[in-house]
Design a protein around this ligand. Sequence first.
Ligand SMILES: Nc1ncnc2c1ncn2[C@@H]1O[C@H](COP(=O)(O)OP(=O)(O)O)[C@@H](O)[C@H]1O
Ligand SMILES: [Mg+2]
Length: 259
Amino acid sequence: MPHTTTPATDVHAGPTWRIASPRGRLVTIEGVWGAGKTTAAQLVGARLRRAGFTVQVIHYGGEPGSIGRLSAFLERSPLRARTGLGGYAMPHHSTIDVLLRLCREAHHHVSCFRPALAAADVVLVDHGVYSKLAWALAVLTETAPDTDPARTLQHLRAVVAPWFCEPDVPVYLDTPWPLARERAIARGRGGGDPAAIERLLFLPRYTAAYRQVLAGHKDQVARVRVGLRAAGDVAEEITGRLLGVLRAAPLSATAPGGR
Ligand SMILES: Nc1ncnc2c1ncn2[C@@H]1O[C@H](COP(=O)(O)OP(=O)(O)O)[C@@H](O)[C@H]1O
Ligand SMILES: [Mg+2]
């Protein structure tokens, strides 16, 4: 896929970001599985490039080394496997599951997002970052229903604070989860298993948790209604909104589109 960056291409880039301040804008495309994030990121990336910006679209591809092995473990292990209509296949250690996933996410923020931000005007993340907090919140509140979700979110935010790259513009694709699920099934991968009852049960909670996470950033969030609109139309709206932000506060004197 052109202009797509996979994480950890330069694992030694770490110290650089501590010295050089990031110059680009971080734009994350947020939404549930099948909401249209990857599709929108590719289309918006192309449009922003045509407008003269340097853009990196970040998509989690193959991951090398220990992060790859961690990913494989998280995807294939029975930690989150459910059977039938309820319950997990075995005791679900949600805190450990969440922590391991956040370790992987920390790697992406530090080794992938930050170097990309130092090199491009716009870094577009096609799977969201608040999505990870929303997922964690949904899982933790499910397994500890007596704890106040606001408090759980507060704890999560504290855990990720040292490395989390807050997006300048989180674009939330507001696709109703039943429609997103249909599209994920039609796509045939990444949640596309019609028998994946886990997702059917999980999606309403995940959507609610997502809204809770985004509510903490409502001044930044660009909410885009997707519904039955064509992907190109959605991308046009996102691009227009991003160009507005980029041109209102240019990155530097030479930033394209900033005049
Ligand atoms: N606006 C749209 N209208 C119809 N189908 C769409 C639209 N956006 C995306 N799709 C299709 O829906 C499926 C899921 O989209 P994708 O971008 O992969 O979602 P995500 O990255 O959020 O999981 C894909 O098959 C894609 O082609
Ligand atoms: Mg995707």
